[in-house]
Design a binder for this molecule. Structure first.
Ligand SMILES: Cc1cc2nc3c(=O)[nH]c(=O)nc-3n(C[C@H](O)[C@H](O)[C@H](O)COP(=O)(O)O)c2cc1C
Length: 173
């Protein structure tokens, strides 16, 4: 397995332009393995992932979301979904954090593989979730969490941190 270096973390940027080159099936599998390596509350793993390569379905997703037009251009769109009924313990709303961790893992893994990706938020917009659910046939108990267009980057962005010392509180606020 490729080792994720800390440089990858700073190199992760939102990539919104993609070449026509398809993404290998092995690379998609690696993104899904990375997603499911994420931490989750009580190790509940309350997630599902819909992998969309079909152009007509990607076009429909791109139309359903006001800021995810690049899903038409990217060869793959991964849709992480949460099923709060799978959450163990008293705090089923932790599914949102679990899905966030899985989503970030996909972005970091994409960077590590030389791919580009962008997190397009769906939950908590009920309008976006309803549209994505309808297009993909997702059951009512499952919430589409995000759209992640993935592909080979057609734009370059500089690695960076956005470190802000004013937001750091040492020992006490
Ligand atoms: C919860 C969430 C929702 C986002 N939704 C969108 C989106 O709908 N469309 C988009 O192009 N980018 C979206 N982004 C990406 C942000 O715009 C981006 O992360 C931010 O501008 C910082 O840029 P960077 O990712 O290159 O560091 C989203 C990011 C997060 C965490």
């Amino acid at each position: 397995m490729p080792v994720l270096k800390i440089d990858n973390l700073f190199a992760r940027r939102s990539i919104r332009r993609f070449t026509d080159q398809p993404v290998d099936a092995e690379q998609i599998d690696m993104l899904l393995k990375a997603a499911m390596a994420a931490p989750s509350a009580n190790n509940s793993k309350p997630w599902h992932f819909v992998v969309v390569t079909d152009g007509a379905i990607r076009d429909a997703l791109a139309e359903a979301h006001p800021y995810a037009r690049m899903a038409s251009e990217s060869p793959v769109c991964i849709v992480p979904c949460g099923e709060s009924g799978l959450s163990r313990g008293s705090q089923s709303e932790f599914w949102i954090q679990d899905l966030s961790a899985a989503t970030e893992n996909i972005l970091l893994a994409a960077t590590g593989l030389g791919l580009g990706a962008v997190w397009c938020g769906v939950h908590p917009s009920e309008e976006r979730a309803a549209a994505v659910r309808r297009i993909l046939g997702i059951p009512e108990r499952v919430v589409p969490f995000a759209l992640i267009p993935v592909g080979h980057p057609a734009e370059e962005k500089e690695p960076r941190t956005q470190y802000d010392g004013n937001r750091v509180h040492r020992e006490r606020w």
